[in-house]
Design a protein around this ligand. Structure first.
Ligand code: ATP
Ligand code: MG
Length: 547
């Protein structure tokens, strides 16, 4: 088979694919198989990237198949959100969306085939007994008393299960493999269970549902998947995957390959754990900008390109490790550096009056919207005798290292002149209210001596809300802790009410900004009128700048 030159970093999988293409005359076919029981997170992005990029780079196909075998946890709203997130990343699946539930009838027939081959039986032990009989790593299991029922009896009971004649938990279909297998998964795994729950696709047609293990390999085989790529925890399930396909009459037999899942510092990447954060009001919802979900990252200002670059950077291996948050952040920083409009904003304003300038003084200054890309154009700002600077850019008495404004000291206002702080006015609580400065002429040779601060003129400013985000957790690896709620960073969201230039509301098509010296922000498109405007901080300008 002909294929494009490799452009993606997929580690050992690349060799597997090259070998396949060398030996076969058929295209690669992968799939992304989410359970519709939650929103996608950055871990899923790793899997999406892998499966879709393989298809893209090697002239292959990639299916989107919902692994919808557990109607109790599933919901149609997750199907919509998952599709939206995949498309947002820029991928389109092959032909129509697939569902494991599409194949329920075929799976049922394969189950009958196994019963008829004496390779499956209806067990009437309850869940607790099944667990007890299964044994442990040290101890083999015990055969169920129902294991050697006749084929006829099994067929009748399985029919009864299907017809809703048996209560939930009172019977299940199990593969007859080996209760003494060293691999616990092979100790007569459950293939079908009873669930009286309406399914979002098949409605009330079924009250028995196949397990993940039974459904997954059959769905892969029916769809002609060549490479079934999954995470390392399914290594043992591979034996069962192959056992099922070897024992039913199905032509195609995909190969399963495992890779390590993504673990990311200061995050949990499991839908169940993310749900805990929502249930305990730590975050508002799945798309809270602090969540490592794709919808959360999107709201925070992450772009598909940055996420895909991140996936490519971390690559695919078989070693479980914890990926540094800095890697993800550096990917978005790199992109925003190229696409964000530069402007000045003040998060903690303090007023500066330049009293040696006339009251109605106004100087228009033309500045570039991007220092390196002229296509971003220019904007006009006004320098007047009343401006705002950042509270943190002024100290009454700064030491030698403090390169900003101190009483009696001088700084340069970015894009403008030098000012010297002469005296201050405080309120009755001793908080500084105003800084009185003079405009200063400085000899060009001395320019470098002075610090540069950003500012915003009183003219044409408006209030804006700035949401500053930090890690949700205060430890690097919360995922291994029993109670993740004990490690919540109480400062994960800080809200500031500051000032921006009004002109921002005139061009709401611009989404990404770099507020100079502060960070990269994106506009919340639900709050961007001239009455209320909200900015989410995507990332700080440099590493370890969290506030
Ligand atoms: P979760 O633990 O979040 O519930 P899951 O594995 O149950 O994840 P699925 O919807 O079954 O979620 O996942 C779809 C695909 O995404 C699977 O192939 C799964 O292996 C992969 N996947 C899930 N989490 C990660 C991760 N952290 N890193 C890489 N791949 C992942
Ligand atoms: Mg899963």
């Amino acid at each position: 088979m002909k294929y494009h030159k490799k452009k993606i970093n997929i580690g050992f999988i690349d060799k597997i694919i090259q070998k396949f293409l060398h030996n076969h005359n058929s295209p690669i076919h992968t799939r992304f198989p989410p359970e519709p029981n939650g929103y996608l997170h950055i871990g899923h992005a790793k899997s999406i990237f892998l499966n879709f990029e393989i298809a893209k780079n090697y002239n292959g196909k990639c299916n989107l198949r919902f692994d919808d075998t557990n109607p109790i946890k599933e919901n149609i709203k997750y199907i919509h959100s998952i599709k939206r997130d995949i498309q947002w990343l820029g991928y389109q699946w092959y032909k129509e969306t697939k569902y494991a539930s599409q194949y329920f009838q075929k799976m049922y027939e394969y189950a009958i085939e196994l019963i008829k081959k004496k390779l499956a039986y209806v067990d009437q032990l309850n869940q607790l007994e099944i667990r007890k009989y299964r044994g442990t790593l040290e101890k083999g299991g015990i055969n169920s008393p129902y294991r050697n029922q006749t084929i006829e009896k099994n067929l009748i009971l399985f029919q009864d299960m299907k017809e809703g004649k048996i209560k939930e938990g009172q019977a299940c279909l199990r593969a007859k493999i080996n209760m003494n297998s060293a691999c616990i998964i092979m100790r007569d795994p459950v293939l079908y269970r009873i669930k009286f729950k309406k399914h979002h696709q098949t409605k009330n047609k079924w009250c028995i549902y196949p397990t993940y293990d039974f459904a997954h390999c059959i769905s892969d085989a029916i769809e002609g998947i060549t490479h079934s790529l999954c995470t390392l925890e399914f290594q043992d399930n591979k034996k069962l995957y192959n056992w099922i396909l070897d024992n039913i009459n199905i032509k195609h037999h995909p190969t399963q390959h495992e890779y390590s899942r993504l673990n990311l510092e200061y995050s949990v990447l499991s839908k169940r754990k993310l749900q805990i954060l929502i249930d305990n009001n730590i975050v508002k919802d799945w798309n809270d900008p602090r969540m490592p979900t794709l919808s959360g990252l999107r709201k925070r200002g992450y772009t598909p390109t940055a996420i895909k670059n991140f996936c490519n950077k971390i690559g695919i291996t078989k070693q479980n490790n914890l990926i540094e948050m800095q890697i993800l952040e550096s990917c978005i920083r790199k992109e925003l550096n190229q696409i964000a409009y530069r402007t000045m904003a003040i998060l903690n304003p303090i007023k500066v009056i330049i009293y040696n300038l006339p009251k109605n003084y106004e100087q228009k200054i033309n500045i570039l919207n991007h220092p390196k890309n002229l296509q971003f154009g220019k904007r006009k700002i006004h320098f007047t005798n009343e401006i705002y600077i950042e509270k943190s850019d002024f100290q009454e008495k700064g030491n030698n290292k403090y390169k900003r404004l101190v009483l009696g000291g001088t700084v340069k206002l970015k894009y403008s002149c030098f000012i010297t702080a002469q005296y201050i006015q405080k309120d009755k609580n001793q908080n500084i209210k105003k800084i009185f400065c003079t405009y200063q002429i400085i000899n060009k040779i001395n320019y470098k001596k002075y610090g540069i601060i950003h500012w915003i003129s009183k003219k044409n400013t408006m209030q804006a809300e700035f949401r500053l985000y930090n890690h949700i957790f205060n430890i690097k690896n919360p995922d291994i802790k029993k109670n993740i709620l004990s490690y919540i960073n109480q400062q994960s969201k800080i809200i500031k009410y500051g000032l921006i230039h009004k002109s921002i509301t005139k061009n709401l098509m611009i989404k990404f900004y770099q507020f100079e010296r502060i960070g990269y922000f994106c506009i919340d498109k639900n709050f961007c009128s001239n009455k209320k405007i909200i900015f989410h901080r995507t990332v700080t300008l440099k590493e370890n700048w969290n506030t």
